[in-house]
Design a protein around this ligand. Structure first.
Ligand code: F0G
Length: 462
C-alpha cells in the first residue's frame, strides 16, 4: 500500500467507551430496526459512520468556550464572537446563526422560491431538496458527467456541468429559476470538491442571467483544501484566502456548521451585501422559526463553540490529516479491488454498491444492502446514498433511479483512529468475498411521504 496514514495533529484527552455486540446480536438488532440503519440505537453501533454531521470531537478550547458561553437572550458576547469569526472567514456583511443547516434552508429558501420556480444545483443534498420542494419549487441536479462514473479518477468531480446549466436556463427561462446552488463539497456525488474555476464560471452565468447564487457550504473547508492541493494557481494560497475568494462569487450561503465548524450543533446563513433586502426578511423568518436573530435557535455555549471551531476547521495541518484519513481508507479499498467514488472525496468513502452487487437492481437498493451487511459484519453503521435515499418522484410517486448506488461511510472529525479505519476496510474486504452469494435486496413495507430513508421500514426479499 503506497499511502501512509497521516498522524493525528492532536492527542486524546477524554475517551468514550464502545460496546461490541456479537454477530448474532447485531443480526437481531438490525431486524428489530426494520433494516433501517437510522432506527438502530447509537450504542448498538461499534463504529458509527452514519454521518459526519454533529458527530465531531470538540477540542479543549471549544469545551472551555462552552463554559464561557453567554446565554443572554439578545446581544450575547458569544454571538458577537461568532459574527466576527464569520465575517472574517467568509467576508460577508451579514451572518445569521441558525440551529443547523436545514434551518438555514427553511429560513432563506421561501424568500427565493415558490410554486412554479426551479432551483438548479451541482447536486442537492436530501434535506436541501426537501426544503426547495416544500416551497412548491422543483430541483434540477446538474453535476458533471464524470461524477456518474465512480471509477473515473479526475479532480473536481463535484463540479457543475456549466454547458448544461446554460441550456437549462435557456429552456426554462431565467425568470423561472429562483436560485442556483453550489454544494461544496458535493455530498451526494461522494464528497467531491468543486474547483475555483467552476465556481467562477457558474457565478458568471448566474450574473449574466440575474439569478441568485447560493453556496451550500456544509464542507467548505474540505473543499478549500482540495482547491489548494489540486488547482495549480492556489498551491501557495492560504485556506482562508481560498474560502474568501470562493464565497466572493456567491450572493448568499447556507451552512450546516455540524461538519466543518467541528461542532455538534449549529448552522449559518450569510448574505454578502449589506444593502440586500434579504437581510431584513432573513431576520424576520429567523425570529419566527429559530428565535431572536442573535441566537438563532442555539444556546450561547453553542455560538461560542462554533466561533472557535470555524477557525480549527480551516487549519491546514488538521485538513491534511482529515483528508489523509479518507485517502488511507481509499488506498486499502484499492488494494482489495473495491470500487468507490474515486478519487476519494472530503468526508467519507462512498462505496460503489452497484459494482459490488451487480445482481441487485436499483429497485432493491444495493446501497442499503451493503449498509446492512456492514452492520452485520462489524457493527459499522453507514447509510445508502442511492435510489433508496432519493425516493419517489414528488409528482408521479414513482421510484426514482439514482445516478449512483453508494453506501456512504462518513467519517466523523477527530473521532476514529487508524485501527478503527482498518476495521472499516477489513469489513468491506470480507463482504466483497461473499458479495456474489447475496442474490436479493430489500423491499419497503412502509414509507412516509418525504425523506423516507430516515423512517421507512424494510424487509429482505427472499
Ligand atoms: N447541505 C448538505 C450538503 C448537507 O450534507 C447537509 C447535511 C445539509 C445541507 C443539512 O444540514 O444536517 O445541519 O441540517 N448533511 C448530513 C449528512 C445530515 O449526513 O450528510 P443539517
Amino acid at each position: 500500500m503506497a499511502i501512509k496514514y497521516i498522524p493525528e495533529p492532536f492527542r486524546i484527552k477524554s475517551v468514550e467507551p464502545l460496546k461490541i455486540l456479537s454477530k448474532e446480536e447485531r443480526i437481531q438488532k438490525i431486524k428489530e430496526a426494520k433494516y433501517n440503519l437510522f432506527l438502530l440505537k447509537g450504542e448498538d453501533c461499534y463504529i458509527d459512520l452514519l454521518t459526519d454531521s454533529g458527530t465531531n470531537a470538540m477540542s479543549q478550547d471549544q469545551w472551555a468556550g462552552v463554559m464561557r458561553g453567554d446565554e443572554a437572550y439578545a446581544g450575547a458576547s458569544s454571538y458577537y464572537k461568532l459574527i466576527e469569526a464569520g465575517k472574517d472567514i467568509f467576508n460577508y456583511d451579514y451572518i445569521q446563526p441558525v440551529h443547523q443547516g436545514r434551518a438555514g434552508e427553511k429560513v432563506l429558501f421561501p424568500l427565493l422560491l415558490g410554486a412554479g420556480k426551479l432551483a438548479i444545483s451541482n447536486m442537492f443534498f436530501d434535506t436541501t431538496r426537501a426544503h426547495v420542494e416544500l416551497t412548491g419549487a422543483r430541483c434540477i441536479d446538474c453535476v458533471v458527467e464524470a461524477a456518474k462514473d465512480p471509477a473515473r479518477r479526475i479532480p473536481f468531480k463535484g463540479n457543475m456541468d456549466v454547458e448544461r446549466l446554460e441550456r437549462l436556463i435557456g429552456e426554462h427561462g431565467a425568470e423561472n429559476i429562483g436560485m442556483i446552488v453550489m454544494t461544496i463539497t458535493n455530498n451526494s456525488a461522494g464528497g467531491q470538491p468543486v474547483s475555483m474555476k467552476n465556481m467562477r464560471d457558474v457565478a458568471a452565468i448566474a450574473k449574466k442571467h440575474h439569478i441568485l447564487l447560493n453556496i451550500d457550504a456544509a464542507r467548505y473547508a474540505e473543499n478549500a483544501y482540495f482547491v489548494q492541493r489540486d488547482e495549480a494557481e492556489y498551491k501557495n494560497k492560504s485556506i482562508k484566502d481560498i474560502i474568501r475568494e470562493m464565497f466572493s462569487y456567491a450572493d448568499t450561503f447556507t451552512m450546516s456548521a455540524k461538519k466543518d465548524a467541528i461542532v455538534n450543533m449549529g448552522g449559518l446563513i450569510g448574505v454578502k451585501d449589506a444593502s440586500s433586502p434579504l437581510i431584513i426578511k432573513t431576520k424576520a423568518n429567523c425570529i419566527c422559526y429559530e428565535g431572536f436573530f442573535t441566537y438563532g435557535g442555539l444556546s450561547g455555549r453553542d455560538l461560542e463553540a462554533m466561533a472557535i471551531g470555524l477557525y480549527e476547521g480551516i487549519d491546514n495541518d488538521y485538513l491534511r490529516y482529515r483528508i489523509g484519513q479518507i485517502e488511507y481508507l481509499a488506498a486499502r479499498l484499492d488494494d482489495a479491488g473495491i470500487g468507490y467514488q474515486s478519487p476519494a472525496g472530503g468526508h467519507g468513502i462512498f462505496v460503489d454498491a452497484a459494482a459490488m452487487f451487480p445482481q441487485i437492481p436499483y429497485t432493491e437498493y444495493p446501497g442499503q444492502v451493503l449498509a446492512v451487511e456492514l452492520y452485520k459484519e462489524a457493527g459499522i453503521r453507514s447509510c445508502d446514498i442511492g435510489s433508496y435515499m432519493l425516493g419517489n418522484d414528488p409528482d408521479t410517486g414513482k421510484q426514482l433511479h439514482a445516478d449512483f448506488e453508494f453506501t456512504r461511510l462518513a467519517i466523523p472529525r477527530r473521532v476514529y483512529t487508524q485501527a478503527h479505519t482498518d476495521v472499516m476496510a477489513d469489513a468491506l474486504v470480507e463482504i466483497k468475498k461473499r458479495a456474489s452469494q447475496i442474490r436479493r435486496g430489500y423491499r419497503i413495507t412502509w414509507e412516509p411521504p418525504i425523506l423516507r430513508h430516515f423512517q421507512a421500514h424494510l424487509e429482505p426479499i427472499c
